[in-house]
Design a protein around this ligand. Structure first.
Ligand SMILES: Cc1cc2nc3c(=O)[nH]c(=O)nc-3n(C[C@H](O)[C@H](O)[C@H](O)COP(=O)(O)OP(=O)(O)OC[C@H]3O[C@@H](n4cnc5c(N)ncnc54)[C@H](O)[C@@H]3O)c2cc1C
Length: 383
C-alpha cells in the first residue's frame, strides 16, 4: 500500500459492490485493512444480480484463449474452499453445487462444432468426455430425443450469485469492513475518490470494480483501460410440484444454457448483444431463449416463468479481465470479467488484496494486467 503524508480514514476504498468488489472488500477487511466498499445503487444491482453462476472453465474454453482458460481453471480450483470459508464467515449458504455440466448438440452442425471443441479441450488436457446420444439421455432423461451427442465436463460446477452477494455483504461487515450504498463515484485520481454528491474520500488504495460501468468513471489518462458493456438477457423459471425440473446438472447447447438450482428454479440464459448501456428485456430475447432451451429440454414448457432480466457484462478487446495496478499510483483495476466474473471472484480478490499487501500476484494473471491496454493505446497513437 502507498503511504499518504497523513493517515486517511481508509486503507482501501473499493468502487462497486458486485461479486468482484465485495469479494475484494471481504478479503481486504479480513486481512485487517480498513476497508470501504461504495456502490452507486444496491449491492448486486449489476451483472452479479442476474448471472447464472456457472463455474465452467472447461465448457467456456474457447479457441485462441489458452491463457484465459488457464486463469479460469486456477480460480475454479479455489471455489470449494472459498465457498466453505465464506459460509462459515457469513452463516449463509452460497449455493455452491458440484453438479458438473453436460453440453449437447441438438443437430448435426452443432455436433460437428462440439466435436471440434472437444478435440481442443483434449489438446489442453482438460477434463471433458465425449458422450453418445444414448449416454447423454441416460445422464439427463429430460433431454430431447433429437440430441446428437455431447460433452460432459464433470468439474464445471455452479454457485448462486445472489446468495453469494448476500454472504459477501455479511462477511464484509463481520470482518469490520464498511459498505455504503446509493453513492455513485464520479472520479478517481490517485488515492482520492470524488462522489457525484461532491463528497471526497481518501485512501491508500482505490480499487475500481464497477463492472461494465468502470470505463464511465473519470480517471487520469495514464490509468485508462478499454471496457465496454455487452448485454445479456436471462430467464428464471420454477418447477412447482408435481412438475420436476427437466435437468439435474447444468445442461447447455452451443446456443443456450439451463442451470438447475436446489430450490426448484431453472436459470436459462443468455443472449449476447452489443447495445451500449441498454438493459431492457425484449420479447425477441425471451422468445429465443425459450425456443433454444425447449429444443434441448422440452420439459421447460411445463415450468412457470418467474423472471426475465438483463445485465451488462464488462468486456475487453481480448475477452480477458483487467486486474492489478494501473499506471497511476494508488489506482487498481478489477474489472473486465466478461462471462466469468463469478468464476474469477476468488482469484481476483486474493490477487488484488495480495498486491495491496506487497505480495506477488499469481503467474496466471500476468497476461491480464491493466498495462496491456495502455501500451496498445500508445502504439495506436504512434501509427
Ligand atoms: C446474463 C449474464 C449471465 C452471466 N452468467 C455468468 C456465469 O454463469 N458465470 C460467471 O462466472 N459469470 C457470469 N456472468 C458474468 C458475471 O455476471 C460478471 O462477470 C460479474 O458479475 C462481474 O462482477 P462485478 O462485480 O465486476 O460487476 P457487477 O456485478 O456489474 O457490479 C458492478 C457494481 O458497480 C456499481 N457501480 C457502477 N458504477 C459505479 C459508480 N460510478 N460508483 C459506484 N458504484 C458503481 C454497480 O452499481 C454494480 O453494483 C454473467 C453475466 C450476465 C450479464
Amino acid at each position: 500500500l502507498g503511504r499518504a503524508e497523513h493517515t486517511p480514514a481508509y486503507e482501501v476504498v473499493v468502487v462497486g459492490a458486485g461479486a468482484i468488489g465485495l469479494a475484494i472488500g471481504w478479503r481486504a477487511a479480513r486481512r485487517g485493512l480498513r476497508t470501504l466498499v461504495l456502490d452507486a445503487s444496491d449491492p448486486m444491482s449489476g451483472a452479479t444480480g442476474v448471472a447464472a453462476g456457472m463455474l465452467a472453465p472447461v465448457t467456456e474454453a474457447d479457441f485462441g484463449e489458452r491463457e484465459l482458460t488457464r486463469l479460469n481453471l486456477v480460480s475454479a480450483r479455489r471455489w470449494k474452499p472459498f465457498a466453505a470459508e465464506l459460509e462459515r464467515a457469513s452463516g449463509i449458504d452460497v449455493g455452491y453445487r458440484e453438479t458438473g455440466t453436460l453440453t449437447v448438440a441438438v443437430d448435426r452442425d452443432e455436433a460437428e462444432a462440439l466435436g471440434r471443441l472437444h478435440a481442443y479441450q483434449r489438446e489442453l488436457e482438460l477434463s471433458a468426455q465425449w458422450l453418445s446420444p444414448r449416454e447423454c439421455r441416460h445422464l439427463e432423461p429430460g433431454l430431447a430425443p433429437r440430441v446428437a451427442g455431447g460433452i460432459l465436463a464433470p468439474n464445471d460446477h455452479q454457485v448462486s450469485p445472489r446468495s453469494l452477494g448476500r454472504a459477501l455483504v455479511a462477511a464484509l461487515r463481520s470482518a469490520g469492513g464498511e459498505l455504503r450504498t446509493g453513492r455513485p463515484v464520479a472520479s478517481v485520481a490517485g488515492s482520492a475518490v470524488e462522489l457525484e454528491s461532491g463528497e471526497r474520500l481518501e485512501a491508500h488504495a482505490v480499487v475500481i470494480a464497477a463492472g461494465a460501468e468502470s470505463a464511465r468513471l473519470a480517471v487520469p489518462a495514464e490509468a485508462r483501460i478499454a471496457v465496454r458493456p455487452v448485454k445479456g438477457q436471462i430467464l428464471r423459471l420454477r418447477a412447482r410440484p408435481p412438475v420436476q425440473l427437466p435437468a439435474r446438472r447444468v445442461v447447455r447447447t452451443p446456443e443456450v444454457y439451463a442451470v438447475p438450482r436446489a430450490d426448484g428454479r431453472l436459470v436459462v440464459g443468455a443472449t449476447v448483444e452489443e447495445r451500449g448501456f441498454d438493459r431492457s428485456v425484449t420479447a425477441g430475447g425471451v422468445l429465443e431463449l425459450l425456443r433454444r432451451a425447449y429444443e434441448a429440454l422440452p420439459g421447460v414448457a411445463e415450468l412457470e416463468l418467474v423472471e426475465a432480466s438483463a445485465g451488462l457484462r464488462a468486456a475487453t478487446p481480448d475477452n480477458g479481465p483487467v486486474v492489478g495496478a494501473s499506471g497511476v499510483p494508488g489506482i487498481y483495476w478489477a474489472t473486465g470479467h466478461w462471462r466469468n466474473g463469478i468464476l474469477l471472484a476468488p482469484l481476483t480478490a486474493d490477487a488484488i488484496v495480495g498486491t495491496l499487501c506487497g505480495e506477488e500476484p499469481p503467474r496466471e494473471l500476468e497476461p491480464f494486467s491493466p498495462g496491456r491496454f495502455a501500451a496498445g493505446e500508445r502504439m495506436a497513437v504512434m501509427r
